[in-house]
Write a protein that binds this ligand. Sequence first.
Ligand SMILES: Cc1cc2nc3c(=O)[nH]c(=O)nc-3n(C[C@H](O)[C@H](O)[C@H](O)COP(=O)(O)OP(=O)(O)OC[C@H]3O[C@@H](n4cnc5c(N)ncnc54)[C@H](O)[C@@H]3O)c2cc1C
Length: 418
Amino acid sequence: MTFSALRILKEGLTGNKGWRPHWRDPDPKGEYDIVIIGGGGHGLSTAYYLAKEHGLKNIAVLEKGYIGGGNVGRNTTIVRANYMMPGNSEFYSHSLKLWEGLEQDLNYNAMLSQRGQLALFNSDAARDAGVRRANAVINQGDDAEILTVDQLRREVPYLDYDQTRFPIYGGIMYRRAGTARHDAVAWGYARGADRRGVEIIQNCEVTGIDIIDGVVQGVQTTRGAISAKKVAIVVAGRSSQVAAMAGMRLPIESHVLQAFVTEGLKPVINHVVSYGMLGHFYISQSDKGGLVFGGNLDMYSSYAARGNLPMAEHVAEAAMTLMPIIGKARLLRSWGGIMDMTSDGSPIIDKTHVDGLYLNAGWCYGGFKAVPASGNCFAHLIAQDRPHPAATKFRLDRFRTGTGLMDEEGTGSHHNLH
Ligand SMILES: Cc1cc2nc3c(=O)[nH]c(=O)nc-3n(C[C@H](O)[C@H](O)[C@H](O)COP(=O)(O)OP(=O)(O)OC[C@H]3O[C@@H](n4cnc5c(N)ncnc54)[C@H](O)[C@@H]3O)c2cc1C
């Protein structure tokens, strides 16, 4: 089933009776060439590119819940290419380019909206760091523009520039950044993979990984044993638990990140706006009109996909300080997701010590924007057993050796020095 304007017109005129499920619902077979554990954005895009770019079709994606039920359907949907460290920079640049052609590629409306992201500065030092980042982004071939407070007052008039609690010294505007409809991204990739022969198996939890003499044999699941020549772990917040099934201890902590959405409002915010100081705050307006916003992690390890009041309170305070008009909006919902935090804030796309077992993890709170490139690069690694040129630095052993850490967070995580 291909989507087109003609198709929508025809269905509209004939009672919308011709639409079919976007992917099949097969029972698992006993054997596949490749098993992907985790049907989130990264797992589904990996399956899609394995089929599309490497011609591999005997693939199963095993998802313990339902497609879109994990972080891919829980995030605040910000898409951008403004990472600074070599390694991350070229990867996120690759991802943004894939985003820009994604809807045509998938024949699916992922509602990509390149409305621009504005990252505000709170001090002279933050401006200096911001200019450095902007230069790195421009050198990578992406876009960044420094805006003064006067320019901001004209372009973003709803912020409170006169308060002193969270001062505004200017900002960087990334005009190609924006948002996308998160669950539609998962559905689009699921449909694209299914159309190319991939089997997407929901309600199928992996409970064990079979390994003999250092070579992967397959997985144990709640729906029986499945053998496979290659197994890929792509389970985001559950990475440590699933990797432990293969005897691995990952350099990852799982933390909760919350998000909030108000009732639908008329258009008021045209960009994504973020403020890095004091725990972080960011906001955008969804196409339905809800103001979608969030802050920092809840800052303790947990596998509970729900948050607690202190961060909710902090985020509400930040929102009221920066944008007092938000006080008139009623909060509709809040929720949480489990983040796979690495200590350098950068991900892992690598082989493991087990032959045929591959790992994709550590996306922290920024993995939605990575979905296209992550799948694209992970598929390349699985199919060809060598890293994609845009993902050569996401090595697992950097945490053991201390060489090649990409300290994107700037929080000084040098394991080798501790
Ligand atoms: C509140 C919030 C806001 C965020 N905002 C942004 C943002 O604005 N921009 C951005 O880039 N990123 C953002 N993120 C981060 C982003 O959502 C994640 O990094 C990314 O979605 C993780 O990859 P995924 O989509 O594959 O994860 P998931 O969707 O979580 O996929 C992993 C899947 O693995 C499945 N699974 C786990 N264990 C097993 C098992 N044993 N067997 C089978 N299946 C299993 C899970 O059920 C899940 O469906 C945010 C996250 C949250 C929670």
